[in-house]
Ligand binder design. Structure first.
Ligand code: F3S
Length: 438
């Protein structure tokens, strides 16, 4: 890799041994992927994926201490992925004790994050790009992020440039203020190797469409045609239609990033680069994958159910992975209330947890919808459902979700948004998951 004089000086130890090791790690990382140079990080803020104080991650805490002792801080303030715990989310006694042990380093780790450059105590969310949170990259910004759902959103919807980095590498990029230039940072790496033709007769479920795309193209860049007829051509978060389209792409992208390894997609007539470059973005001989209603049904039918008892009544429901926007929280409240009205029930069953960024929840709690949702027995939380689920005790619970990312990484069972409403309000029958299963 060709380094500038300044970068070579840092590598040689001009800014101390710890900083030299940070630079060496970035150089080795870049050379592994064929990068020829570094480029400056330009986004306003960084974002870290490692938000959880797992007791077993001792090397991480030692590393953070080394950075702090050496005064090697991030050149950017940063937000962080959601916390793993929230006392509002129901747990039984065994789970409470287990969580206490499993995340015993949470408070100490958050103190390390604060010292290294955490933006504020509300900075824990995977949707850091929401207006209420304020970590919003601009088109063309170069980022050093790792959270897959945030990376794919920043690349695709906002037109920023970021590779799918790993945890800690992204912190090192923020500290050094530069990242190796390869892959999705380059014009060539952002061209589409697949064409997706959406030919459904109804608006495709975002989380299902993303799943189908991700499983087909894996880490390649897809160019999606035919989606603008369902979600429009506006991505401006100042308009209701623009916010709805951006929220749709948030969920679709997270599913594509987790069911496959998509870091960037283009949507014809909608996303910034597709609007600017149209089909010039598509590589020659890119194969075509047609997605119609039957294909989405096939994809959904093939999800395995790994519950011990597939006919079990669900014990908990998670909605909001990735975290919900304010509009989505309002829409879910409306759906919940009208479902309950239809059935004459007063409370949701199972208990349903709606997750969103702390700053989004602050806004939501000012609205009358918040009290109505609470009275319906729902919980709102800024937790990461995946962190809650990923342990032997919670992993055994029959949990349902509308998140294809959560389905992929845990034992939770996926349902569409409408099916979730039907189950939790009982408006689809008795409310048992088995009944709603097609
Ligand atoms: Fe966000 Fe946790 Fe899901 S980080 S995307 S809520 S797995």
């Amino acid at each position: 890799m060709k380094l500038t004089k300044e970068e070579a000086g840092i590598l040689a130890g001009e800014k101390g041994e710890v900083m030299a090791r940070v630079m060496k790690t970035l150089v080795m990382y870049g050379e592994t992927f064929g990068a020829e140079k570094m480029v400056p990080v330009t986004g306003a803020s960084g974002h870290l994926v490692t938000s959880f104080g797992l007791s077993v991650m001792k090397p991480l805490y030692a590393l953070m201490d080394t950075l702090i002792r050496a005064g090697v801080f991030s050149s950017q303030k940063f937000t962080v992925d959601p916390r793993p715990l929230d006392i509002n989310v129901p747990v039984n006694l065994a789970q409470k004790i287990f969580f206490g042990i499993m995340y015993s380093k949470q408070a100490a780790y958050e103190e390390q994050l604060r010292r290294l450059g955490l933006v504020n105590d509300d900075g824990f969310t995977c949707t850091c790009y929401m207006g209420e949170v304020g970590n919003i990259p601009q088109k063309g910004d170069v980022l050093s992020w790792a959270e897959s759902s945030a990376v794919v959103y920043a690349n695709s919807v906002l037109g920023a440039r970021c590779n799918r980095n790993s945890g800690i590498i992204e912190l090192f990029g923020s500290i050094a203020g530069r990242v190796p230039c390869f892959g999705l940072l380059t014009d060539e790496g952002r061209r589409a190797a697949w064409i997706i033709e959406v030919r459904t007769k109804q608006k495709p479920e975002a989380q299902l469409l993303g799943s189908a795309v991700g499983m087909k193209v894996m880490e390649a860049v897809p160019f999606i045609r035919g989606l603008d007829q369902w979600i429009g051509r506006d991505l401006n978060r100042n308009t209701e239609a623009g916010r709805a389209a951006a929220d749709y792409l948030k969920d679709m992208g997270a599913a594509a990033a987790s069911n496959g390894a998509v870091g960037l997609y283009h949507v014809e007539n909608l996303t910034p680069e597709a609007k600017a470059l149209c089909s010039r973005l598509i590589l020659k001989k890119a194969p075509v994958y047609v997605i119609d209603d039957a294909e989405l049904e096939r994809v959904k039918r093939n999800y395995p159910c790994i519950w011990k008892d597939p006919a079990a009544e669900p014990k908990l429901c998670f909605v909001g992975c990735p975290h919900l926007s304010l509009d989505q929280l309002k829409a879910w409240t409306a759906g919940v209330l009208s479902g309950l009205e239809r059935t004459g029930r007063r409370k949701l069953s199972p208990v349903t947890v709606f997750t969103a960024a702390p700053a989004v929840l602050k806004e939501f709690r000012r609205l009358p919808e918040a009290e109505k949702l609470r009275k319906a027995g729902a919980v709102v939380s800024d937790i990461c459902p995946l962190m809650y689920m990923n342990n032997p005790l919670c992993g055994k619970m029959p949990v349902i979700t509308n998140s294809n990312k959560l389905r992929t990484y845990t034992s939770s069972r996926y349902y569409t948004d409408d099916e979730i409403i039907a189950i939790i309000t009982g408006s689809g029958g008795t409310g048992s998951a088995a009944e709603v299963e097609r």
